[in-house]
Ligand binder design. Structure first.
Ligand code: SF4
Length: 348
């Protein structure tokens, strides 16, 4: 079976051409999938009956089912457990913050980056998600929200996986998300979050026409310390990461978000805050201090007084520093919690 949702827009045109059809048939298919959210040839009424039959004989779409839906009693965020065609499972979360509805999208089944404070890291990388599997998460979230006349306002690639470790499919998914005849989101509403794969970061900005927002999960200023908790720093040391951030085209228009997960007795002192301020001096960034969700993997959340003192040091140095609310924490849909439970159930 050839899955049409594995293809980019251009590849769909080539595929239709190879089938003896006009390339615009590829654009029609693309529109049905990504503008209308239709993944059934029978419903594609502007294609002739013969063509629909021909397509059905040779092609299909990846099946993605919603296995479980959990809503947070605390803040109304919703976590979805999705089952893919090959029975692998991923999670995707609708984060609700007042009027703002943000879709937190996964890019991989598992992750190979090995950040020691992250639940997803515990299962390692199972596989990359395909283009359509990334975009479909947004379509599924919007279908659910449409029942209440709502839709996603923002997209963040902060779900399972390191987005830049699946760069080719990520970029193609972003093109579909931004495309007027696709999902039609503004590039201002889309954020990619990375643990700091600098080569891939440069490549992403080289390849994308519209620069999306960037969030970097920094968490440590000392490279030795960062290597201990975030192995990505062995290949991409903190210094080279910061140098890369200073040169990215994203800076011309937008501020980079620096994510800093506050871990008790590890990176939560005022001294750490001063090092962070020093490292980011002169850079147009905003800093999100993330209160870690206590987990059973050996890390605890920093004490509130330490988080506030940390924030004050940064603010006194002139930085915009926010303490980020942990949305969806009671449904294990918050930062670092994705797939914790289903991993245990499915893979152990
Ligand atoms: S924090 Fe992100 S990059 Fe690190 S292991 Fe978890 S999912 Fe991967």
């Amino acid at each position: 079976m050839i899955y049409l949702d594995d293809f980019s827009k251009q590849e769909l045109e080539y595929e239709m051409n190879a089938l003896g059809e006009k390339p615009f048939r590829g654009r029609q298919l693309y529109k049905w999938m990504y503008s209308k959210g239709v993944f059934d040839f029978h419903e594609m009424t502007d294609l002739s009956r013969q063509l629909r039959q021909k397509l059905e004989e040779q092609y299909g779409f990846r099946n993605i089912g919603v296995i479980e839906k959990k809503q947070s009693k605390k803040d109304g965020s919703t976590k979805l457990l999705l089952e893919l065609e090959d029975k692998n499972r991923i999670e995707t979360v609708i984060l609700k913050d007042g009027e703002r509805l943000t879709g937190c999208v996964s890019t991989q089944v598992g992750c190979r980056m090995g950040c020691s404070f992250c639940s997803t890291a515990k299962i390692g990388l199972i596989r990359n998600l395909k283009i359509g599997e990334i975009v479909r998460q947004i379509i599924i979230m919007n279908k659910i929200l449409s029942e209440k006349d709502e839709k996603l306002s923002n997209i963040v690639f902060m779900g399972m996986g390191e987005p830049l470790d699946n760069l080719e499919n990520l970029n193609e998914a972003i093109r579909i998300i931004l495309d007027e005849s696709g999902l039609n989101f503004s590039h201002r509403k889309v954020t990619v979050s990375t643990c700091g794969m600098t080569d891939e970061l440069n490549k992403m900005y080289e390849e994308l026409d519209s620069p999306v927002n960037l969030a970097v999960s920094l968490n440590f200023t000392d490279n030795e310390m960062r290597q201990k908790y975030m192995p990505v720093s062995k290949k991409y040391p903190v210094k080279s990461l910061i140098a890369t951030l200073k040169n990215l085209p994203v800076q011309k228009r937008k501020r980079i978000t620096i994510e800093y997960v506050m871990l008790k007795d590890i990176n939560d002192t005022q001294k750490d805050a001063k090092y962070l301020a020093e490292m980011l001096r002169g850079m147009p960034v905003k800093i999100n201090l993330i209160v870690y969700n206590d987990s059973d993997i050996g890390f605890d959340s920093a004490a509130e007084k330490n988080v506030l003192a940390f924030q004050k040091v940064l603010q006194d140095k002139g930085f915009s520093a926010f303490i980020r609310k942990s949305l969806g924490s009671d449904i294990e849909g918050a930062c670092g919690q994705l797939y914790a439970r289903y991993n245990k159930k499915t893979y152990k």
